[in-house]
Design a protein. Structure first.
Length: 132
């Protein structure tokens, strides 16, 4: 179900107002709310340190991209309700962008291993190119 929801999200251009309204009227498509709720719940536990960053490090790679995709829905819902919809999710994306948590997690690997695994470019990208 989660994979289907992510595929559905990837198929949408939510910068297009007509598409945005189509998936939010009269209510938000359940697949999109499921994704948002999942990341909100995980972020609510990662942000204050309840969950260990190193165990859930993959989220620091996914969250900025998924937030960028879902942000138009959050903005619309915030406008309609006045509530801070998915605020922890957004804050986790912000933290990754500002603090480069994923890059810090990658530093635990020895350079010779990183080079042998061919991961140098991926780690360099995590260290400096997450733009959200």
């Amino acid at each position: 179900e989660g994979i289907e929801a992510r595929r559905f999200l990837a198929s949408l251009d939510l910068t297009d107002r007509a598409t945005l309204l189509a998936v939010t009227t009269p209510k938000v498509d359940h697949r999109l709310t499921a994704i948002g709720a999942h990341y909100q719940n995980v972020a609510r536990l990662l942000n204050p340190g309840v969950l260990d960053d190193s165990l859930f490090g993959a989220y620091y790679d996914m969250v900025p991209r998924v937030w960028k995709e879902l942000q138009p829905i959050a903005a619309l819902l915030r406008e309609q309700t006045g509530a801070a919809i998915w605020i922890d999710f957004e804050y986790l994306a912000y933290r990754e962008r500002k603090q480069r948590i994923l890059a810090k997690l990658f530093r635990r690997y020895p350079v010779d291993f990183v080079n042998a695994a061919g991961l140098g470019d991926a780690i360099a990208a995590a260290a400096g190119s997450n733009k959200t």
